[in-house]
Design a binder for this molecule. Structure first.
Ligand code: CDV
Length: 354
């Protein structure tokens, strides 16, 4: 072989180029080897298998440890069913305490968490990391500087908190109101959230959070829709009867629940996972009806009980693409020059009477 021929062959050999790429290729292979089959499938196909973990009632006397044990049992079941993400209700660690009127601020601080995870919740985070399952749950947050929020967190699959949301729309009232069949004192216990409606890149998609009453407001979904949200996670505690209209019972309340969630999903071409705390808490009824809604606004799974109950669905995040690029292609069709009142006016002001 001539020298010239040898150098030609040397030029053609892919070895030097591969050698340069080798560390990256080996790192990719090593990281793939660490992933489960489920995770590889998820990363290639943008499937997020979500478990909506409806919870039955939590009584005033139940401890955080009791509740966390129930949450872990639901998580074990979710993992066995292949879930990537488990979604628990609003204020998942306690009874829905804003129904109780208390004068003494110190007394009601017992319902709040000063750290997350704390002693009682650490086992939940540890189990999530062990299972490699992301989670979302709500709790009452007391900040180091004394602020009270109705909060939800999102963790990644290693149990690290990657996102926090503080409830913006607080229903109810501040003082005891005797005309109501039950009290709903969220405005007494909490300040309105100060973080806005953010989204996070997690699980191969764009994930957002909201809490309970937020689900009834189109602005909630649209602000996240404008950030390309593909899955909205919402926990709730909703009394089965309207405190100010006793004839509005369970059926109508469940209808409004579906209506709000389905409209939010369809109009923003996003998955929505809405999860209840349900059943009779110290004599007060909360409805169930947890549901997973697809980006077309259709219900793909719905709870049947008012107990701890798991709904599992494999959500294809690419199912959001059609709506986002056609009828709800915001960039193409929205007319923001006509939407000013939405951010400049809070209450409705009808035109002057004739
Ligand atoms: N926890 C809530 O925000 N509950 C309200 C009730 C009071 C109407 C809800 O919108 O479901």
């Amino acid at each position: 072989m001539t020298e010239r021929h040898e150098s030609c062959l040397a030029e053609k050999t892919p070895r030097p180029r591969y050698a340069a790429r080798r560390p990256a290729v080996e790192a990719a292979i090593a990281s793939l080897a660490k992933k489960s089959r489920q995770e590889i499938r998820t990363s290639l196909m943008r499937i997020v298998t979500v478990a909506a973990a409806q919870m039955g009632p939590i009584q005033k006397a139940d401890s955080r440890e009791d509740v966390v044990r129930r949450m872990i049992a639901l998580m074990d079941e979710a993992k066995a069913k292949g879930a990537d993400l488990i979604v628990y209700p609003e204020l998942a660690l306690t009874t829905f305490f804003p129904r109780w009127y208390v004068e003494d601020r110190a007394e009601f601080d017992n319902w709040f968490e000063r750290e997350m995870p704390g002693t009682a919740t650490r086992p939940l985070f540890e189990r999530a990391a062990q299972h490699r399952i992301a989670m979302n749950f709500g709790y009452a947050e007391l900040t180091p500087d004394g602020h009270h929020f109705n909060t939800a967190v999102l963790t990644d699959k290693s149990g690290r908190i990657v996102g926090k949301y503080r409830k913006v729309h607080l229903p109810g009232h501040v003082e005891f109101e005797s005309h109501r069949s039950h009290q709903h004192l969220e405005k007494r216990y909490f300040e309105p959230g100060d973080l806005g409606f953010n989204v996070w890149r997690e699980l191969g998609g764009v994930i957002g959070m909201a809490i309970c009453n937020d689900r009834r407001w189109p602005e909630t979904y649209r602000v996240m829709g404008l950030q390309g949200v593909e899955m909205v996670l919402i926990g709730y505690n909703t009394p089965s009867v309207n405190a100010e209209r006793s004839e509005e019972g369970l059926e109508k309340r469940l209808f409004h629940n579906r209506l709000s969630v389905q409209a939010g999903a369809y109009q923003n071409a996003t998955w929505v996972v809405a999860v209840a705390k349900a059943g009779i808490e110290d004599g007060h009824a909360l409805f169930g009806g947890s549901l997973i809604v697809d980006p077309n606004g259709e219900i793909v799974a719905e709870a049947k009980t008012e107990e701890d109950e798991l709904l599992v669905h494999a959500c294809d995040l690419d199912a959001t693409v059609f709506g986002k690029t056609t009828i709800f292609n915001f960039a193409q069709h929205r007319r923001i020059e006509h939407y000013g009142l939405i951010t400049s006016r809070t209450g409705a002001v009808p035109p002057p009477a004739k």
